[in-house]
Design a protein around this ligand. Structure first.
Ligand code: GRG
Length: 295
């Protein structure tokens, strides 16, 4: 196993243990929604956002337990977005991470509540002093996550994605949509490490720029996989965006130029990390992993 695969696996294990601990099963009438939250949060996935939190935190020698708490909270927000995105009113998908989606296993109402529960719990986790003893740092983590997840970030991007004008977006419009919809949480993942580590302004900026590059590359690769990969590889239906007539990076640039653009962004992302020298090698490898991924 390569260093990056091993590191991703180890991070996924640590975050899943933490999620299991943070979302205990309850044997009361409301326990059903907790079961659905656990099904979503513990149901696989690459755990890329948690990995970015823990790896960027390592640059500043942050205590691992703090980084894992933030990583688990961020994964809860990501899982909420997937549960809601799969609903009939949004992407209407039956398959996620190779298993049936929450609204198919339960029903729409339970899926809505499970997403709401995950989103809300994430903020409770970050507010907990176990996440960091310094209240000012916890506050920065909370306001950063709210900005990334809300109407100026992921929710705003999702709104554009669902709007009638979506089909006619040009390259600039698609780039902005994706920077909000998927980029904002990826950027937060990298900035969380900088916040936890009280990074200097130039270090924080370097990580933000790295995150913007890999976030855009991530989305271009997602479009490429939508065209080229099988549902068995991705664990979700493919060909969805092109079939829905949505403007995509592949549609705008063509397959070859989209692939070229993703590689250029990855090279740029790696150069953003020069300031951290050898300490950031796994983050450089993460950038390569993003462009080479098949799921
Ligand atoms: C419902 C508010 C709201 C937002 C939904 C993130 C999102 C916005 C929708 C997901 C739809 C989608 C397929 C987006 C493309 C990129 C993306 C976020 C893929 C899923 O993330 P991965 O590949 O998934 O990191 P895993 O399962 O590995 O965690």
């Amino acid at each position: 196993m390569s260093d990056i695969s091993l590191a991703l696996t180890n991070c996924a294990r640590a975050v899943e243990e933490k999620l299991d601990e943070l979302l205990p099963t309850v044997h009361t009438p409301e326990g059903e929604v907790v079961d659905a939250m656990r099904y979503s949060a513990l149901g696989g996935g690459k755990r890329l956002r948690p990995f970015l939190v823990t790896e960027t935190a390592k640059l500043f020698d942050v205590e691992k337990t703090y980084a894992v708490q933030v990583a688990a909270a961020l994964e809860m927000v990501h899982c909420y977005s997937l549960v809601h995105d799969d609903l009939p009113a949004m992407d209407d998908s039956d398959l996620r991470r190779g298993q049936v989606t929450v609204h198919k296993k339960w029903d729409d109402a339970t899926a809505i509540l499970a997403g709401d529960g995950l989103l809300t719990e994430a903020f409770a986790v970050i507010a907990d002093p176990m996440t960091h003893p310094d209240m000012a740092i916890r506050l920065k983590l909370i306001s950063g996550l709210a900005a990334a997840a809300g109407a100026k970030g992921m929710v705003g991007g999702q709104m554009i994605d669902l709007s009638p004008s979506r089909a006619n977006l040009d390259l600039e419009g698609i780039t902005r949509l994706q920077a909000l919809k998927t980029g904002a949480l990826i950027r937060y993942a990298c900035e969380a490490g900088a916040i936890l580590g009280n990074a200097k302004a130039e270090e924080h900026r370097a990580l933000s720029l790295y995150a913007e590059d890999i976030g855009l590359a991530f989305q271009i690769v997602d479009d490429l996989l939508d065209h080229e990969a099988t549902p068995e590889e991705t664990g979700k239906p493919t060909g969805v965006d092109s079939d829905a007539g949505k403007a995509t990076f592949v549609g705008q640039l063509g397959l070859e130029n989209a692939r070229k653009k993703a590689h250029e962004l990855i090279d740029s992302a790696k150069s953003r990390l020069d300031i951290f020298a050898g300490k950031a090698q796994l983050l450089r490898d993460t950038a390569t992993f993003i462009v080479e991924r098949r799921s």
